[in-house]
Structures are given as structure tokens and as C-alpha cells.
Design a protein. Structure first.
Length: 136
């Protein structure tokens, strides 16, 4: 998935690993749709059911979930991965004229921050984009 030349960022292989691991460990199917992020939200709840994740497990799932969430949004809204100064250690996404940070959302969810959702993150982008264009 090369978007924008040799400097394009592709996290599709990592996202594909997320799909495989979620199926193997949780018996849940991820189909690259916005709706599948609801399934991934449920996986996050299961991951945290026994308490906070250890450092290695947190790092693994942060990478997998951030990459999958970003790829879903990119596919749904014709976006791309970007480097952004606001996102430390991971790329952001640009879609519909909005910049988003799926790895930041994944980190917040996986560290137990309440009221965060991967599906809500993805569903909010068109609303934010509409508000931005309406104010311009």
C-alpha cells in the first residue's frame, strides 16, 4: 500500500498481524470495516480484564491495534499515514482533511482510560471534517 511515493508509510503488515492474532486469541473476526473496530474495542476490554498489561504485552497490542485502527480509517476515508510532530513515536493519519492519532487512542484504551473507543474515533472523523469545512 504505497501512498505518495517512496516516503509513504505502510502499516498494513502490522495491521494484518492484528487481524490474525485477534482471530487466534479471541475468536473474533476483523474485516477492515469501521464496524470491526467495535469488535476490537471488545478485545481491548478482554485484554484489560485481568488488570493492566505488562510492558511487552502493552507494546505489542499498542502496535497491532494502532496499526489496524489507522488502516481501517485510511481505507474507509481514503486517507494516508503521516508523520506529525504531535504524535510521539508513531505516525498519525490524515483523512477527510482531519489529522488523527490512532496509536494515541490505542495507548489510552490499553492503559485503562475510560470513555475511549476505537470505533468512536473512526466515526468522529467525518463529523469533525464537516464541522471544519462548515466553519471555513
Amino acid at each position: 500500500m504505497n501512498r505518495g511515493g517512496s516516503e509513504a508509510i505502510s502499516l498494513e503488515p502490522i495491521a494484518t498481524e492484528c487481524v490474525k492474532l485477534v482471530a487466534e486469541q479471541f475468536g473474533r473476526s476483523l474485516d477492515w470495516s469501521i464496524e470491526s473496530l467495535t469488535e476490537l474495542d471488545a478485545v481491548c476490554v478482554d485484554l484489560l480484564a485481568d488488570g493492566p498489561l505488562g510492558e511487552k504485552r502493552l507494546d505489542l497490542w499498542w502496535k497491532l491495534i494502532g496499526a489496524y485502527t489507522g488502516e481501517v480509517v485510511i481505507r474507509a476515508y481514503n486517507g494516508q499515514w503521516i508523520q506529525h510532530e504531535s504524535s510521539t513515536g508513531a505516525p498519525g493519519i490524515s483523512a477527510l482533511g482531519v489529522t488523527g492519532f490512532p496509536f494515541n487512542i490505542a495507548n489510552k484504551i490499553l492503559t485503562g482510560e475510560e470513555f475511549k473507543s476505537l470505533a468512536s474515533f473512526a466515526r468522529a472523523l467525518p463529523v469533525i471534517a464537516e464541522r471544519q469545512t462548515g466553519q471555513a
